[in-house]
Design a protein around this ligand. Structure first.
Ligand code: AMP
Length: 285
């Protein structure tokens, strides 16, 4: 496995592979890798002959400096996991490599898809995501790139960004990998105390409740999200950032629950912010 810390090292290997007509799959991450990330790697390996993983905690996408400071890092462990998983190249740049004195000079934004969900409650977040992903896309120039559907809004924004900016890259969405109680795997789960981890299991239980409400014919988004909110707030250590039912492509607020919709939530368990989502199939009364 190659480990590139500079653009020159990265591009030398990529150029060799392109000359040999390899198909290159790319998995961008912020590290502290778990099975969810490894699932993206496997998805790439299934359809590409070379897989590149980037590990970079991107300061530009953190609207809360404390969240950035506390983001878990384990480069050594991550490299071992990549090696064992058969990754071909890891790009592990320092901040100065990705942002050589130019941070913030260009802002990409996608107004419609950012109106709700994390776009509303984390101002600047998706601008940071689009900036780093487009920079990485230019540097790695993969044929295909793999993103988790856990970050559904991110996936939709990248899908549209690639079309709008003519990146010749196919975007693949990979279903969310979950712990045995249904909690979505996340690097942030490592920050939960054992008590908070127990509380976090209310999240998958809330999605099961949502499913039952829909099966019982609930059609009003506001009543629906209020019931789900009350369920989560049965624990004093949960604070709700948002619970929203939106159209699964446009991400605009659903006026009713008569067609399929995306239920997406962000909550703080203690100080840790967790997100999750599920597409719910309407009962079509
Ligand atoms: P992150 O390192 O959290 O920025 O995530 C890197 C990529 O892994 C993103 O495309 C995420 O959506 C994806 N990802 C994170 N958690 C999961 C999960 N539990 N299942 C599948 N993909 C995930």
């Amino acid at each position: 496995m190659f480990v590139a810390r500079t653009v020159e090292d990265l591009q030398k290997t990529i150029l060799d592979w392109k000359l040999q007509e390899h198909s290159i799959g790319f998995v961008p991450t912020m590290g502290f890798l778990h099975e969810g990330h490894l699932e993206l790697i496997r998805s790439s390996q299934n359809i590409c002959s070379k897989t590149v993983v980037s590990i970079f905690v991107n300061p530009a996408q953190f609207n809360d400096p404390e969240d950035y400071r506390k983001y878990p890092i384990d480069n050594e462990g991550d490299l071992k996991k990549c090696e064992t998983s058969g990754v071909d190249l890891v790009f592990l740049p320092e901040k100065e490599v990705m942002y050589p004195n130019l941070e913030g000079n260009i802002t990409l934004t996608q107004i419609d898809l950012q109106r709700n969900l994390c776009g509303r409650t984390r101002p600047g977040h998706f601008e940071g995501v689009m900036l780093i992903v487009s920079k990485l896309f230019h540097l790695v120039s993969p044929n295909k790139a793999f993103f988790g559907l856990k970050d559904f809004q991110q996936f939709r924004i990248i899908e549209d960004m690639v079309t709008l900016l003519n990146f010749p890259i196919e975007i693949h969405g990979v279903p969310t990998l979950r712990e045995s109680d249904g909690l979505a795997m996340s690097s942030r789960n490592a920050r939960l105390s054992s008590k908070e981890r127990e509380t976090a299991s209310l999240i998958p239980r809330m999605f099961a409740l949502a499913q039952r409400l829909i099966e019982n014919g609930e059609q009003h988004p506001q009543t629906f999200t209020e019931i789900l909110g009350d369920f989560l707030l049965s624990s004093a250590s949960i604070k709700i950032d948002y619970i929203e039912a939106v159209h699964p492509r446009s991400l605009q607020i659903a006026n009713d629950l008569k067609s399929d919709f995306l239920l997406a939530i962000a909550v703080f368990v203690g100080n840790t912010r967790l997100i999750d989502n599920q597409i719910l199939k309407s009962k079509n009364l």
